[in-house]
Design a protein around this ligand. Sequence first.
Ligand code: SF4
Length: 419
Amino acid sequence: MVSFGPENRLAVNVQDKLAILADAAKYDASCASSGSKTTRAGARIGSTEGMGICHSYTPDGRCVSLLKILLTNYCIYDCQYCVNRITSDVPRARFAVEEVVRLTLEFYRRNYIEGLFLSSGIIQNPDYTMEQLVAVARTLREAHWFGGYIHLKAIPRAAEELIAEAGRWADRISVNIELPTEHDLVQLAPEKKRTEIEQSMMEIKTRIDARREDQQAGFQTPPFAPAGQSTQMIVGATSTPDVDILATAHHLYEKRNLRRVYYSAYSPIPHADARLPPQTPPLVREHRLYQADWLLRFYGFELQELVTPGKPNLDLDVDPKLAWALEHREQFPVDVNTADRETLLRIPGLGVKTVDRILRSRRRHRLRAVDLRKLRIPWSRVQHFVTTPDHKPRPKMLESPHLARQLHSQSTRQLTLFQ
Ligand code: SF4
């Protein structure tokens, strides 16, 4: 029999529960949502595309607001990095399915939110927990014709039928990988198994793929997680370096077809295990991981170009693309009027959209420095790495150690703003 602490630490009214369960959900970073065009037949309320209070960002920079809560912060597991673990002495609360449904609808009608992100501690067992999560989504969709965005957490080891039903009602599903390596899980979350987590991801992937194939073949099939699946990885709870974190992310993108991996800096919790660090890692590490993740997915970089076993961590001082360029100065300057897309994407300061604009513009005429400035590229950075008919960087500057210092101080100014 599991005991969750003294009775007087149980929240009973909805407002208290909301305070506890919204606060407990803040540690889950995997809820930034990708809006999807709602295709739910008969939906009467709820839009996944409108603008609202900004809580979560889509990959294209749009933001949607979600009611982000746990169904309960009771949990039978003892993950050492988690404030909701069974041995944690925090006030506990649990919503009934109907309470979450009512809150979602009321908040939606008041225009506070555009959707729901629902996760939960594990109560009784994975199947029971998953059933409760699915019941919320099913009631919203079937009983209230809710067409807004729903992101559900999938519980590893939950029955396949439950995962299948979760995907039917939810826009996005996420299964948290939690820690980057199996070794880390054994140390800090012994009830969790990497194989079981990945098995759940695989089931979701298989169903997403099957639905896409059915659609391509012209069959009308019910939706299954149209905004895909995502996961969260905690960074800095162990000494695992960036090379392993990015290798795991790369594996999940390639083999499990994840839409996003979210990196969440470990946040110290009260009475934490002595193996955990006393403080949060530098937040800039999380930022560098996102930048490297982007380079791997959209810029054609290979993992070993950014981190290697000999240099296992990203440089915190400069962004990974600039770090790569400074180590490969022989590949610059690049002629923006003749270079191919892959080469342009490697120029520090040029993003995917800017590169595409350059490619379109140069079809009409040869680009000069003034044209690049009009495209709003960060010229003070880009100028060292490009040539145009009217601009050639000073060769000495490109070879000089001062360049690293100068660009480093620009990055530091940007980082200060970021932080
Ligand atoms: S299963 Fe989830 S909620 Fe429970 S202790 Fe582990 S991380 Fe926390």
